[in-house]
Design a protein around this ligand. Sequence first.
Ligand code: GCU
Length: 682
Amino acid sequence: MENLEKYEMCWLEYKPLGNKEYCKRWENIIVLENYYDVKPCLKELKFFFQNSLGLDLKYHKNFIDKPSLIVGRLEKIKEVFKPAEDWNKLINDEGFIIKTLYFKENQRIIITGKTFNSLIYGIFELIKRIRLKEDLNSLNIIENPKVKFRMINHWDNLDGTIERGYAGNSIFFKNNKIIYSERLRDYARLLASIGINGIVLNNVNVKKKEVELIEKHYLKKLLKIAKLFGDYGIKIYLSINFASPIYLGGLITADPLNQDVALWWKRKVEEIYDIIPNFGGFLVKADSEFNPGPHIYGRTHADGANMLAEALAPFNGYVIWRAFVYNCMQDWRDTKTDRAKAAYDNFKPLDGFFDDNVILQIKYGPMDFQVREPVSPLFGALEKTNQILELQITQEYTGQQIHLCYLGTLWKEILEFDTYARGEGSKVKKILKGEVFGNKNNGFAGVSNVGNSVNWTGHDLAQANLWTFGKISWNLDESLERIINEWIKLTFGDDKKVIENISYMLINSHRIYEKYTTPLGLGWMVNPGNHFGPNPEGYEYSHWGTYHRADFKAIGVDRTSRGTGFTLQYHHPWREIFDDIEKCPEDLLLFFHRVPYDFKLKSGKILLQFIYDSHFEGVEEAEKLKEKWLELKGKIDKEKFERVLEKLNQQIKHAKEWRDVINTYFYRKTGIPDEKGRKIYP
Ligand code: GCU
């Protein structure tokens, strides 16, 4: 495997750690497993010891009379250490335990769990703790992932481009070929270190050439990738085109209830598992944005998904079916037509009709990854359906990795949202953990922000989004403060000022971005197509008028029970709260209501003045982000420092453009000037 590209290693950069004595006594490792079964773990540890500690990790098959690390699955540990029999109940299949204790006359650190995945996670955790300079004499760590599926979705195309990719080209594909490089191993390491266990390699929009990815010639190449990621506990999945039986099989239909179609998929799945035994399953975007699906044949999404699920079930494979379904060609001048209602309308009636190995993948909001949307009412509505929460790590609508927009704050709010499905406390995070409805096959999918750029994510600070995605999908209750702190220390070191300023930048950035773009739940207003830059009337499917229907008196869509009826998709008390313009959270005011510009907000300001102020403040705060960064000069690696500074300069320029375009738009619509007399139009 050649590795010609130059790239950095994000939070896994193993720089020398000052105090090597701290670890000297742990340079022996006893491995209770077959060496090859744990080779990736041992390589990682060895590499870390060498690079960060200048120590040569010594591998032993048998016990030695010295302090040592001990690695092995629980079943092996129990053979040599009786008390470990009680540990079984402490962990689930992927959970791990790291304990420092005395036995066989010496201090030992045991790293164990039920599966090889557990050992990988345990090793990365131990390395992290050492790098964070934690006391190794008293480790007592028990960690369990709270959901089963922790997936990354790549929207990579075979030609090497990435749909909504802002960090270079694909690391998997180029010129219709599959790339196999050492970089993929490093990517697998990065993902394993944050607990990811599944990866969809190709774009959900499966066009001509990509349809062929499930053909033999591609599958054979994909096997190498599946093995490589498999070494790190990560299964590969593919997005498929629902009409594949027509494109590849020469059938005249893809009707899921047609026996020939079902048989074709059955044979196809057998062929896939014959070549790639640890294949994860399919991701399907059907009946949405011109992708074929069961509706064409008058069938339901359940018919379509279950047909595939039956083919995958014998191999423990899964169908991940996306809920991002809406009719983009619908005439929405009819006041009851509302894109926000589509996912619920399509899938609520199907609750209980999906097979066990089908998982519905639901975007966090009812629209499309806007800077702020309410949480999708499907969370809380589906009781008998497995669910994956889909988040966008890539910053399609949130500044395209030019703007700093840390998404952890938004994601936390989503997880903490109380759906009230079973009364108070039915939070999204609890639904995902299976604590509300008892569904077991739940999880997270994050649309990747990774490409082949030197720092993987374009903006160096956008690495924090990938890190955070992994961390919250592993532990939905983890505090953001800890997540952010650890990331900064592992990436930039532990200087106090560095931690303080970067924390500030991350925590505040989403709100700042929202302020100078589209506050109050307005969303969109971006250029159609590339979704970058301000364009107040620029909604994609705007052949039916603007998205927000602004006129000279009011703006927003009435989604209440008196309007499109979207609020009725929520449980009590949300439906009443969202329905009431006085009670609706102001963050979401223009999402739910049509509001006159002179409407008084809680602060006493009128709506229009709030919009003006928000844009001015947003720009000032974006400038402050830069100031915070400049204070770190000399404390951050020079190249990284300059790269981020360059992005912050661009961000400020764009923020001003947003401010001016949006404020001018409203000034021209209303004729109402800014009460503070600031210059509105450029
Ligand atoms: C958005 C995005 C598309 C993507 C789609 C999806 O609309 O702009 O590029 O294909 O979401 O999630 O399927």
